[in-house]
Design a protein around this ligand. Structure first.
Ligand SMILES: NC(=O)c1ccc[n+]([C@@H]2O[C@H](COP(=O)([O-])OP(=O)(O)OC[C@H]3O[C@@H](n4cnc5c(N)ncnc54)[C@H](OP(=O)(O)O)[C@@H]3O)[C@@H](O)[C@H]2O)c1
Length: 347
């Protein structure tokens, strides 16, 4: 069986997805959606740094003939998602919908109706939220007799992430420190995605989570810094410590924590897990796993390549889920519903 796939968005994740689709033995790239006129008309292979493949990137792309759309825009749009799902294409996204059942009711109902109309499924996945933030904790918990508490920590420096629109405009690094809190536009949206992750872990593990709280501490830059060609000024936001906590009757049972800096040393009062992702389950037995993505553990490669490996992993978790999402019953399909997304060899 070959699944026909449209790649929606050709940023850091989208370009890696194109490479992944082209290499995947069960997938065929049938369309590419771009936002910038400058990229429109370019061959998808060329956008991915390869030879032409005969698929042209377009601003207006028809999804009706596709089995799946791999949706990786900078800002997801419920309107676009509804149109794609209603056209009959399954939607796999790294950008939102990690636990659609816990979305705002108006959006959830529209998406549900679109799935019913198109006989299609909606699946959100990636790295965190995604494989490392959800699939790994769920897999570890499969060895548990009791789970008392789950912690997922991400420690990362964003200074070489080349999507500076996301770093500065969406995530508000480089913004005046007194203008940024958990409710600031852009951050509120991102925060909601991590809140969905807490609900998903709580619901999937049946931990009785009845409330999710959000805390954010921001720290200022101690000096001006160049971040992929943009300047992050001294005194503006250079670090964010987020904590989303799932409570059962007031007692924390799940904590998802991100320790994000942009070239700034972490303050001493922050927790200091190793860079990457640390998953800790307190229970019977208690378990801990530390995970990281690199371009190689053997070869000497530039830092940018190591950083890019996180985009490869994000994209491939979605690419490798295409077949299972297409085969799933219509509706919302979470990472807790799908079988393991397996690597299937490369063409
Ligand atoms: N779950 C995870 O672990 C995870 C990890 C990383 C990223 N993500 C998410 O995945 C998505 C893609 O990330 P990325 O690193 O590839 O971002 P990116 O490099 O900033 O690229 C984003 C894409 O957005 C497109 N774009 C431009 N203007 C837009 C607009 N007004 N509205 C919507 N999209 C617009 C760009 O169009 P062109 O194609 O024309 O350039 C590009 O394709 C983001 O939503 C990001 O938050 C998730």
């Amino acid at each position: 069986m070959t699944y026909r796939v449209v790649q929606w968005g050709t940023g850091a994740v989208g370009v890696e997805a194109i490479r992944g689709i082209l290499d995947h033995p069960e997938l065929e790239l049938v369309g590419v959606k771009v936002y910038s006129e400058a990229k429109a008309g370019t061959d998808a292979g060329v956008l991915a740094g390869r030879n032409p493949v005969g698929v042209t990137a377009e601003v207006d792309v028809d999804t009706a003939a596709a089995d799946a759309v791999l949706y990786a825009p900078r800002h997801p749009s419920v309107d676009d998602a509804v149109a794609i799902l209603a056209s009959g294409a399954n939607l796999i996204t790294t950008a939102f919908a990690f636990h659609p059942a816990r979305m705002a009711p108006a959006d959830r109902e529209r998406l549900q109706r679109a799935c019913a109309e198109g006989g299609s499924s909606l699946h959100g996945t990636g790295l965190n939220p995604g494989n490392l933030g959800v699939v790994i904790p769920l897999a570890l918990a499969g060895m548990s007799r009791t789970v008392e508490h789950v912690t997922v920590q991400e420690r990362a420096d964003w200074s070489v992430y080349d999507s500076t629109e996301i770093t500065f405009d969406q995530m508000k690094f480089g913004s005046p420190i007194n203008e940024v809190d958990a409710h600031t536009d852009g951050l509120r949206f991102t925060s909601h995605l991590f809140r969905e992750q807490v609900w998903l872990l709580g619901d999937a593990l049946n931990l009785g989570v009845d409330e999710v709280t959000t805390e954010l501490e921001v720290i200022p830059a101690s000096a001006d810094r160049d971040v992929c060609g943009r300047t992050l000024r001294a005194g503006t936001v250079a670090g964010q410590h987020w904590q989303w906590t799932g409570l059962r009757k007031g007692v924390p049972v799940i904590e998802v924590e991100t320790l994000w800096t942009v070239g700034e040393p972490q303050p001493k009062h922050w927790p200091a897990p190793r860079h990457g992702w640390t998953v800790t389950i307190e229970g019977t037995p208690s378990m801990q796993a530390h995970l990281m993505t690199l371009a190689s553990f053997r070869r000497d490669v530039p830092l940018e390549e190591h950083v890019r490996s996180a985009s490869v992993a994000t994209a491939m978790q979605a690419v490798n889920a295409v077949g299972a999402v297409c085969d799933a019953p219509a509706g919302f399909v979470t990472m807790a519903d799908l079988p393991l997304s397996l690597y299937r060899g490369a063409r």
